[in-house]
Design a protein around this ligand. Sequence first.
Ligand SMILES: [Zn+2]
Length: 261
Amino acid sequence: MTPPVLKPEYEALVSAWAELADSGIVRLSSLPAGEEELLHAVIERPGAPLVAISAGVHGDEPAGPSALLQVVREGLPEEFSYALWPCTNPAGYRMGTRRNGGGRDINRSYGGEMTAESRAVADSWPSRTPILALDLHEDPETTAFYCYERIAVGEHRAADLVERLESAGIPIQHDLREVDLGLSSEEAGRLGLWRLERGWVRSLGHDPGAIIGGSPYSVWAASHGVPHSFTFESPGLGAWETRVGALVLAVRTALHFTSRE
Ligand SMILES: [Zn+2]
């Protein structure tokens, strides 16, 4: 079944971010990335801890860029500063493909031979370390939400986050053994990569780069000192409103938890 495609054109995303910049809501720049340019938006509030949010690294997961645009339009909590990458795979977004224009998975290029896109994100990485990194994805094969959480110290919050989304009517993929995560749960556990929980994946801290063909953004962020990250996976087979709404609520819930730590 192919879900209806309701994603905005890439150029419409660019215009929407330019409007936010014109209104003084974000400071916007354009990062050269090979033949593409990546949007980069900053909301700086002096003294406020920094949160990094990225979206659209897989071009066939278009709800992420729409969700990030929506949360910024509706207003982000004022107690944080933000470094935002609204769509880190413009070519894939236009083509509707997971990979970039050169046929590479950008989210496996944070380490080893980087892509122009991952290099652009790395080069624009803020000089002070974010306290939280969020990465907005979809799973094109699922009808329900799940997420990955990686935390260096303190309590995992994903179980509470998933419960919050479920109580808001978002379908949750409780049994992740049915989902293709690239490796079987036994293999991932044996290699110390992750452990499956109810509706979320506990990332265990080892770099899966060598096993799954290159480092993802979340592992790279952790190696740059980010103590806490979530990778959200919206249900790509759901209704467009659910796909976007799940990510919007996940971002807001993660920020809410962070503000209370
Ligand atoms: Zn993805």
